[in-house]
Design a protein around this ligand. Structure first.
Ligand code: B1M
Length: 231
């Protein structure tokens, strides 16, 4: 399907969603940004742009990569197009008047450069009132440990997006235990290939399949831990 004419001022919300989907798929970052602007001007919800167009488009990118129709460069430019739109949506998704409810330290594990999903989780956490400290991608176990010691977060979150980098969860857990910080922090894990069973197997305290589930789980784990702390 062809994208709607970008210069047309008359786009409908449906055309904007279709255009966002199509232009993310081919990695046309300037058009994705322009359509995101137009969608917001039409009072479309940021969540609608994200969940009805941008994320489904990246899912299709992944499916094409698996079929051998797309290669790494296509995946990269699609990811960049999505990331550009996310920067625009970030303040709107994170708009919040709520008090800070906890400190969340987040990072993508060593060997893994995927960050779009992690960044989306961060935005949702910020929107729910968490203070988020983002260590970025390719975070080594020692760096997680040092950041826990420095920032004393309530929760540390490990993201992994490849079956080959998921084993870093266990390496991180071992590093936390060895340095004596394991019991001072709640550990959450997530990322596309991660499951509840895998989270249990590495000894994490919590797992969530997506950003909004992560917010819910993080809140529940914090209130559970606080209820156990003697007054
Ligand atoms: Co890559 N990649 N990639 N990639 N990439 C995937 C992940 C893949 C599934 C594609 C596929 O084959 N279908 C596949 C992994 C297969 C596997 O191991 N199971 C894959 C591969 C194989 C690779 C390379 C190995 C390719 C190669 O080089 N041959 C390579 C690895 C590089 C490395 O990391 N060392 C690679 C590289 C890349 C790019 C750099 C080109 C680019 C990343 C750009 C970036 O992130 N800045 C890229 C992209 C864009 C993708 C896909 C297409 C899109 C990922 C994405 O952003 N999804 C992806 C295919 C797909 O996912 N369908 C794919 C949207 C995002 C919103 O969803 O990331 O799942 P997601 O995040 C969710 C949840 O996972 C959850 O919430 C998020 C929001 O709802 N979540 C948490 C995330 N973290 C959480 C933490 C929590 C809780 C929930 O608690 C702490």
């Amino acid at each position: 399907m062809t994208s709607p004419n970008q210069s047309s001022p008359q786009l409908t919300p449906e055309e904007i969603l279709q255009g966002l989907y199509d232009d993310t798929l081919v990695g046309n970052a300037p058009h994705v940004l322009e359509l995101t602007h137009k969608g917001l001007e039409l009072d479309m919800e940021p969540q609608t742009l994200l969940f009805d167009a941008l994320i489904p488009s990246l899912e299709e990118v992944g499916a094409r990569f698996e079929r051998g129709d797309f290669f790494v460069p296509e995946m990269l430019i699609a990811g960049r197009a999505m990331a550009g739109a996310m920067e625009l949506l970030r303040p709107l998704l994170a708009e919040t008047g709520v008090e800070t409810i906890g400190k969340f330290l987040m990072g993508t594990v060593k060997g893994d450069v995927h960050d779009i999903g992690k960044n989306l989780v961060n935005i949702m956490l910020e929107g729910a009132g968490f203070e988020v400290i983002d260590l970025g991608v390719q975070v080594a176990p020692e760096k997680f440990v040092a950041a826990i010691e420095e920032h004393q977060p309530d929760i540390v979150g490990f993201s992994a997006f490849l079956t080959t980098t998921m084993p870093m969860f266990k390496a991180n857990m071992n590093a936390l235990e060895k340095s004596g910080v394991r019991d001072s922090v709640i550990v959450m894990v997530g990322g596309a290939p991660v499951t509840q069973e895998y989270a249990d197997a590495v000894g994490a305290d919590g797992y969530a399949p997506d950003a909004s589930a992560c917010v819910k789980k993080a809140k529940a784990l914090i209130s559970d831990r606080r209820s156990k702390v003697p007054a």
